[in-house]
Design a protein around this ligand. Sequence first.
Ligand SMILES: [Zn+2]
Length: 342
Amino acid sequence: MKAIHIRSHGGLDALRFDDVQTPKPGPGEALVRIRAAGANHFDHDIREGVSGIKHQMPHVLGIEGVGEVAELGPGVTDHKVGDRVIIYAVKFCGRCHVCLSGLEGTCMDRSLMGVQIWGCFGEYARCNANQLMPLPANVSYETAAASVICYGTAWHMAVWHGKVQAGQTVLVNAAGSGVGMSAIQIAKLHGAHVIASAGSEAKLAKARELGADEIINYRTHKISTECLRLTGGRGVDLVIEHVGGDVLIQSIEAAAFNGTVVTCGAHAGEIVPINVIELFRKHVRLQGSHYASRIEVGRVFELVSAGALKPVIHGVYPMKDYSKVAALVANRDFFGKMVLVP
Ligand SMILES: [Zn+2]
């Protein structure tokens, strides 16, 4: 099959689009014909080899994909060839105490598609059959591929960890990213007042269109100062943060008494000095978050199907042009999600 893969870590020139062995589904596994795949910043980290994860080469990239069941391995009876499916991005054990508590996204023995195992940037992807989730008939493959990771991740951050409530004020950083775009919509759906931060006026204008009540251009204004000003000095109840560096520090400064800062990323700086006194005096909770459970991804797709969540798709590109998409990801020169089609 044709697939976007790497044979060694490196820059954009490490990307290859040619033949690799088509995977064969083993017992309990499925082979999915990929119809659309979502591009994520994590794909970029895996290509560059900066994530600290060891890879066997060649390695097929792509965390996020949807398609139809092409082949089922022995013992799989609850799906059939031709079913339209979402691939739940985490291969999980289903037996550890984390899985049994319903949080299979953080399984003790997890592998993420396109990270520890081959991913979705190919004509086919192999996964465990229990990763297959039904794709609602009225949701297109492109819309679905723009929804699996970003809405799931933002839902887990805002709803599971953040317990977002009507009337609360929520700061969403990097409003132009997939997670940012999703978090604005999810927070508004729960009746929150949303402050969005981003680094360009064009991105902030789009954040407003998605429902953000207030906007902060972090290139011209300090996020924490603006949040305190906009809340009469009280601060924000919840921060959806995935930037890191100084933005994480400002997020803690922006948090209200009893506020929560949830983070799922740190591309702007992974090692951050934190004022611990501020953290405990304000009763601030700093919470890490990783992807979502299957129940949450299922709920997100109910809302996408009902039109209550609408992903912003920056563009749909042929898979062979992934290097152009990867360049846009590297430069953060996009709003929402970019989708690849084989
Ligand atoms: Zn597990």
